[in-house]
Design a protein. Structure first.
Length: 196
């Protein structure tokens, strides 16, 4: 398999401590999986089998991260923000190469078999009851009430969460007034962060 030049460039731009780690992980991946593909996804080097993600590597200011997608994660205690192996600051932070290769081989085989790690289904979130004070504010502004009723359940929930999470009565009243104003204008709760 031909190596991806963008990954070469990524490793070259990484901090000096990170280069040997990234180079080692890349070589380990190629040793373990013969039909490995290389690409950049989400701005980081990723390695694929049959077009599906097998593993990813990343370099940060003071550490690297390595994640195995799919069944290679099973049974691992991990920091979800740092990949499967936590913060990797040196090659000494990695387990033995044979152990890592075994996980990569298992994950690659699961991908080839059409499997992988099934994502656990999220339990449905509990409904948030409409607070009386918010209901009264919407009743007093029919335009806002009409728009609110057209919102998707998640958009209604965003406003309800924002209001019921207020700890003080004054904050809650201010949020209700702001919510009614935004809703009347057809704005969702996080409209400021939406792309125009």
């Amino acid at each position: 398999m031909e190596k991806e030049p963008r990954i070469d460039a990524y490793i070259e731009k990484a901090a000096p401590f990170a280069r040997p780690i990234l180079t080692h992980l890349r070589a380990l991946l190629h040793e373990a999986v013969s039909d490995l593909g290389e690409t950049i996804k989400w701005g980081m080097p990723h390695f694929t089998v049959g077009g599906k993600n097998l593993a990813g590597i990343a370099a940060f200011k003071a550490h690297c991260a390595f994640v195995i997608h799919g069944t290679g994660r099973q049974g691992m205690e991990r920091d979800p923000g740092m990949g499967d192996y936590g913060k990797i600051a040196s090659l000494d932070d990695l387990p033995p190469a044979e152990e890592m290769k075994a996980k990569l081989i298992a994950a690659a085989e699961a991908i080839r078999q059409g499997g992988g790690m099934a994502r656990p289904k999220k339990a449905p979130r509990e409904a948030i009851p409409m607070p009386d004070d918010f209901a009264q504010a919407l009743e007093a502004h029919p335009a806002a009430r009409a728009v609110f009723e057209t919102f998707s359940p998640s958009n209604r929930r965003d406003y309800l969460e924002w209001i019921v999470e207020a700890r003080q009565a004054a904050t809650r009243a201010k949020r209700i007034a702001q919510a009614v104003e935004w809703i009347a204008e057809g704005k969702r709760r996080n409209w400021k962060y939406e792309k125009c």
